[in-house]
Design a protein around this ligand. Structure first.
Ligand code: RIB
Length: 297
């Protein structure tokens, strides 16, 4: 069955500890709450798109361990096709998320099975990717695989949404294949090799590399973008933030769903800012994502 969106990416179990404030180096603090929730940038983006009604498949790897069940639960619940999720001899990816009461988080990711998402796994999903409207990839899997996904998507004539998160340096030919390229300010600076750019200028410089559409996310500052040389900006929705974990992934998943539905990037981004805003009002990444028909900020 053809899919609207195929995501190639990471799957993690998120171990979340909530603290009044972040500890200083060498300090031991008592937290007040802990939970283990499904996460990983690839899985989060797949769930965000599927909850909005898109037909989604995921290409990924997990371990043969208890965290695999936790990590896949949100994907199953959202109806994501997991036929191309492989079990490998490595622990399921783990993210340790420390969430302070001011909603600021720190995240340490141990890739584990995500390091096994190889070009070979992508080749095995080439027909799936060729049949999709949008292929989404991020940088929480080996970068050689990210570059390969760009080639496989191009060979299949499938539009590529490249989200360079976490920040990474990628070959210019990979970046050029994106439509859209989605980065935050920090990730844009790493790609450009300079930090002294205003977000709109960074978007324009990235587009000047030969990228048809670019989206730079600014958190509470909204979004700036450029598509076919036309620049635009959107404000963020104002909400009381409880947990920003996975808000960027909610944005990317919703953007992919919108583009797969035929929306121009700017209109898809307008939907995505609302979905991301909804996500920060609840705890965790995937459990915080809205379903199709839910009220949005
Ligand atoms: O983007 C948020 C995600 O980053 C978390 O779910 C965590 O797993 C890390 O991958």
């Amino acid at each position: 069955m053809a899919r609207d969106v195929v995501v190639v990416g990471s799957v993690n179990a998120d171990l979340i500890v909530q603290v009044e404030r972040h500890p200083h180096p060498g300090e031991t603090l008592l937290g007040h709450t802990s939970s283990v929730l499904p996460g990983g940038k690839g899985a989060n983006q797949a769930v965000a798109a599927a909850r909005l009604g898109a037909e989604v498949a995921l290409v990924a790897a997990v371990g043969d361990d208890v965290n695999a069940g936790i990590a896949l639960a949100g994907l199953r619940d959202a109806g994501v096709d997991l036929d191309h999720v492989t079990a490998v001899d490595a622990p399921t990816g783990l993210a340790v998320v420390t969430l302070a009461d001011d909603a600021e988080n720190t995240i340490v990711v141990v890739p584990g099975a995500n390091a096994s998402v190889s070009p070979r796994l992508v080749d095995a999903a080439a027909d799936l990717i060729a049949g999709a409207r949008v292929c989404v990839v991020q940088a929480e899997i080996p970068l050689a695989t990210v570059a390969h996904v760009a080639r496989v998507a191009a060979a299949g004539g499938t539009r590529l949404l490249l989200n360079v998160a976490p920040a990474a340096e990628l070959p210019t030919e990979t970046v050029r294949a994106a439509d859209p390229l989605v980065v935050n300010e920090h990730e844009a600076a790493i790609l450009l090799g300079r930090r002294d750019r205003e977000p709109a200028d960074a978007a324009a410089e990235l587009a000047a590399l030969g990228v048809r559409s670019v989206v730079v996310t600014l958190g509470a500052g909204g979004v700036v973008g450029i598509e076919d040389g036309e620049a635009w900006s959107l404000p963020a929705r104002r909400v009381d933030a409880l947990d920003t974990t996975g808000a960027g992934d909610a944005f990317v998943g919703a953007l992919a769903a919108g583009i797969a539905d035929g929306l121009p990037v700017r209109q898809a981004a307008a939907l995505a800012t609302r979905v991301a805003a909804a996500s920060v009002t609840r705890l965790g990444a995937q459990p915080s994502y809205p379903w199709q028909g839910d009220d949005l900020p």
